[in-house]
Design a binder for this molecule. Sequence first.
Ligand SMILES: [Zn+2]
Ligand SMILES: [Zn+2]
Length: 358
Amino acid sequence: MEKDYRDYYEVLSIPRDADDAQIKRAYRNLALKYHPDRNPDINASREMKDINEAYAVLSDREKRRRYDLYGHAGLEGYTMEDIFGGVDFQDLFREFGLGDLGFGLLDSLFGGRRTKTRSNRVDLKFELTVDLTEVAEGAEKKIDMTREEECPVCHGKGAKKGGIGRCDRCHGTGQIVRKQRLGWSIFQQVIPCPSCQGRGEVIIDACDKCQGRGKIEVQRSLSVHIPPGADSGYTIRFKGEGENGGDLYVVLKVREHPLFERRGDDIYLQKEVDMICAALGGEIEVEGLRGKLKVQVPEGAQTGAALTIYGEGIPHLGRGGCGDEYVILRVAIPTDLSPEGKDILRQFESLRKKAAKV
Ligand SMILES: [Zn+2]
Ligand SMILES: [Zn+2]
């Protein structure tokens, strides 16, 4: 792939001592001018590629340092993924207030081929199980989790100060030549040095804090606000609480309640009433989300009848008011009648027969 080596500072039209804010401002202005969504010229798209690349390098401390020291040669060990991996263009454009422009920017520039941004940012997902009564009231929950963070002592390098040395295997070039036999021929191929992953340098004196890993495990304790009415799948994003600047997504899972079945913001309760109450009507006490409730059973109530208790369901998320509670009746026929009880029922039966004949 041919490549013209343009000076990154020139591409962004900034002085060599520009600070991060200047770099960002310059990038923003140029992106507005050359973004493929705004500028259909094919040259603009080419220009945008250079602008992105310049920004990706100069906004990254380590890449900029290498570039300042060695120019483009300093970045030879990096793949395109490495170069662009450190920048979240979507986030960046969102920060500019131009959210939709960041979406798929790299895709459009690299001809639809997904330039997998091997950023080391990792979004984490945490499933938080709560009770129905908790979402009915709203709740504050604490979650404890472990995540990895860049080691604060060595800043991710994994080595003590001066503890990085030249890789012997590749003599600091970051590349080695691999010979491969294919049939009768021997091919030579230049590949990134496996000992140093193409960096050209290795850790000689490992950082004590992270034992050379460059990262440490961090315990985090976060407070999660659950708004009244939230349901399973409700997601709360904690920006920057993932790994290496990624985000944490706390996804709610509402535990099934032993009595109530949730349908939207309404709840359903199966309730047994005795035969006499069902026949004569009367007030009964039923379970509610917020305590006991009283409800009137109408005379002659049947199994399957639904009694509505307005406003005793789950709060409507974010818009005030509540769903309803439905009490579904099941009429219980006594199975333990005493001889006197049976007698009374027989009397009642003959009374009905007489009434029917009249
Ligand atoms: Zn360290
Ligand atoms: Zn090496």
